[in-house]
Design a binder for this molecule. Sequence first.
Ligand code: TXA
Ligand code: MG
Length: 321
Amino acid sequence: MMAEIGKDLNKVIQILNKDELVAIPTETVYGLAANALNSNAVKKIFDVKERPTFNPLIIHTDDLIKIEYFVEEVPEIAKKLIEKFSPGALTYVFKKKKIIPDIVTGGKKSVAVRIPNHELTLKLLSMLDYPLAAPSANPFGFISPTNPYHVEEQLGNKLSYILDGGECNIGLESTIISFLNETPELLRFGGVSVESIENIIGKIKVKVNILNELPDAPGQLKSHYAPNHKLIVGNIDDLINKSNFDTERIGILSFNKEFSSIPIKNQRKLSNHSNLEEAASNLFRVMRELDKLDIDIIFAENFPDIEIGKAINDRLKRAST
Ligand code: TXA
Ligand code: MG
């Protein structure tokens, strides 16, 4: 049986109320959702994704007031960010209340919360009397889905319903910021830029791990977002010049350039207008497309390391071998 793709909220609620999983759209990526207050339901997320249980999940709700049911305290400085960026692509880590089961947080005393900015999902969340735990709706370690067909392709045989909210606007995951220590700490680059956060609350600590075995945000393990083809990040001209691969066997992922020595069908530009937001929204879809080509290697370029470009570079680094 393959998952049905549709827009029926009542059906979604019925499934969730039976402690089963549903894929839901957000503005970042599609999530694999379950009742966050029910350990049985949440356990199924880990099974379906084949995700290690030490890797905690983000809970999703539609309202600041509701966040306060789940966490001990929302510091003033976090409230400023919530006011500015929620609903939106910013996830906050706070000390959790007992009501959040340990399985959601991988045994941690903290919980990550987000108010996603997607009309259909906000409506769904407002109709539920529990928050939704939802990691990205992909098998552990693979590229996150940015439309319902990506979910269907990878998890369609393990789900009964995918809520269709179209293409994700932002196209890569939320930024994660922790308020467990005095100075706010950025744990993952994502849809909300460091610059725009610092504009509101001043300097924060960037604690994004690349190689750490036991990072603060364990989803940040390096080998992540992995395409099947080998991917190398660098100066594409140099990579082509030094490469032993036949040019027919090389795929290109660039910001805005074309490379005359490589067949056009093997090349993907993320933004014709050199717009980083547009590039981010195309990144995961394009990685999937390149992965389907009959090639041996993908060369990707370094993006400008500013704003959402930092998140693009982070995902490319993790996808590289
Ligand atoms: O954009 C997003 O955030 C998407 C959509 C579906 O909301 N969700 C998502 O979830 O990316 P996931 O599970 O793929 O990534 C969640 C990240 C992981 O890196 C996890 O380690 C971190 O959040 N995380 C969750 N709870 C945490 C906590 N208490 N402390 C630190 N990191 C936490
Ligand atoms: Mg993920």
